[in-house]
Design a binder for this molecule. Sequence first.
Ligand code: ACO
Length: 394
Amino acid sequence: MLSVNDRPGLQAFCPTIMTYAAITGWGKCMPPAILTNDDLSTFLDTSDEWINSRTGMRERRVSHVSAIDMSVVAVSQALACAGLEGRDIDLIIYGSCSNDEGVPNSASGVQLAIGATRAAAMDVNTACTSFCYGLATATAMIRSGMVKTAVVIGVELISRFMDWSNRNVAVLFGDGAAAVVLQASDVESGLIGSVLGCDAAARETLRVRGLGLSYANKDVRFGDTIWDFDGPVIFKRAVTAMAEASIRVMADCRLTADDINLVVPHQANLRIIESLAKYSGIPMERVMVTVHKYGNMSAATVPVALVEALEDGRVTPGATIMMPAFGGGLTYCSLIVKWGDRVTPLGLSDKALPPCTKTALELVNESRAVHDAHGRSLAGLMSPEFVEASVALR
Ligand code: ACO
């Protein structure tokens, strides 16, 4: 293996390499309520056959608690895994586009709950790539010497703002959370290469109307959303962006597809993952897939898949892992992580979610009963200032 100072791409990333940012802890929190394709068919004109054959999805989770609550469980597991406590943490990065509140920020809620009294706490929102952007940010801060120990979270609570009347999007998404702990290390490990980018020309192809201040004072009830979502355009641009980023980051690190032991990609559609694997030259046997059981959890997708890869024994000591992702913006990235020696947790936390007394379908039907995007909130959500530009991109 080359030393990091031999790699031109990495010298650009951090000119004076002092240290690495090893991933020493990992944990997830999957809410227990499972929403199946058949559940969706009870209120949408869709079917298990359509959803499974077009996306690879069979079920997804619906949370009965807040995004911060899910995060706290995931972080508690990650800290126990690393053998650390909240007070050991210097930095918390909360990657998400579904914040419980705008102010105060979400990372501060996690800081309070885990007793990380010394930690800086910031939210990062690049939609589905938020965890990966957060991992890159925390790594850069550790490698530059600003902090020594960080927690990076990927969490999403999409069920609360889903437009449950739109079969184009309602079948695709789920809730969940996962987190990792990063620690300064002299041993080459953690994030060793990254390509981060944004295909902003296509930003209007994925817009959740109703989720920002542009909709204030327009008689839009918070929670009511209408999604501009051009699936075929996003599909093509996602494959191109993730494949090109993956090829670039491998070249930057002087690695080939044969050197990648495992790909942990964003999970928006099984067909996207298969195309990405094909263009990157990596067989599906070396790709982690969770889309069938969790759908697309946006920022939570990559870290949950990483945690499950560790639980399943698919991450071996010293493994080279590639993590391509894309999301609203359209932000994209591909990261390369070199794993350390330890692939098992040092400890486990007994922190868990409170029991859920409702089925996922009951939780969704409660949201459906109060959402009225296409009636009460329609005029504000469809204000003329929000132009749809996706047609030109086809
Ligand atoms: N059930 C049944 N029929 C459906 C459904 C559904 N849930 N959704 C769409 N259809 C219909 C459409 O109405 C259309 O019917 P028509 O031919 O009569 O007009 C037909 O199925 C085909 O629709 P397409 O959109 O062409 O279907 P496609 O094969 O492209 O699959 C999909 C759609 C799954 C959305 C795909 O385009 C995709 O995965 N795109 C990328 C999505 C994505 O990446 N999202 C994440 C974005 S970033 C982030 O992670 C937040």
